[in-house]
Ligand binder design. Structure first.
Ligand SMILES: O=P(O)(O)OC[C@H]1O[C@H](O)[C@H](O)[C@@H](O)[C@@H]1O
Length: 186
């Protein structure tokens, strides 16, 4: 083996397929997400349907290390609300993350610790710098899979408990159009 020339991991930019490295895949089912949709009960009609899958390279963690992964968020709605990821703050609040849109159409919803929320459109080629202290969630508003590459500090961790009422914006389809609505309790 020539350890002066190490072959890199690979990403197919058009689809988000990761290869040439050790991979972990985590699939989240609709049935796992009843708490996040307005009509949570409707998720129980198809509890085994995958809502999204996250592939990541199984690389060493630790202070200063980075993880690389791709979220594939499938198209669909629960009632009139588009499929979305659970969303989270980082346990290490100060740590940010970068998303790169790869395929599909959607929104990146962000919310700071003061409760202010905003969105950015996600599409092939979009770049999103998620600041520290900012919760984040992907929403698929299109008819294809929405895939986004993410790079984040391995020590960031996930805090799913600090938004007990959810995000302050919900994204629904109304009369065939994408509507972003402010809500009191998301
Ligand atoms: O953890 P969720 O809110 O379900 O989001 C899905 C994924 O989003 C980002 O890509 C994170 O870096 C992943 O660690 C996370 O698994």
């Amino acid at each position: 083996m020539n350890d002066l020339l190490i072959q890199p991991f690979q990403l197919a930019w058009a689809t988000g397929a990761l290869s040439h490295g050790p991979l972990i895949r985590k699939t989240t089912l609709l049935g796992d997400l009843s708490a996040i949709f307005t009509d949570g009960d409707a998720t129980q009609l198809f509890p085994d349907r995958p809502a999204y899958a996250v592939d990541m390279f199984d690389t060493p963690g630790g202070e200063g290390e980075l993880y690389v992964g791709v979220t594939h968020l499938y198209p669909g709605k629960v009632g009139d609300e588009y499929f979305m990821t659970r969303g989270h703050f980082h346990q290490r609040r100060e740590q940010g993350e970068v998303y790169f849109g790869l395929q599909g159409e959607g929104l990146l919803l962000m919310q700071n610790q003061q409760g202010q929320a905003w969105t950015e459109p996600v599409f092939a080629g979009s770049v999103h710098i998620i600041p520290g202290y900012t919760a984040h969630r992907l929403i698929n508003t299109g008819s294809q899979t929405l895939s986004a590459l993410a790079v984040w500090p391995s020590t960031a961790g996930h805090d799913y408990t600090s938004l007990p009422h959810g995000f302050a914006l919900r994204v629904i389809e109304k009369a065939g159009k994408v509507r972003i609505m402010a809500v009191k309790h998301g």
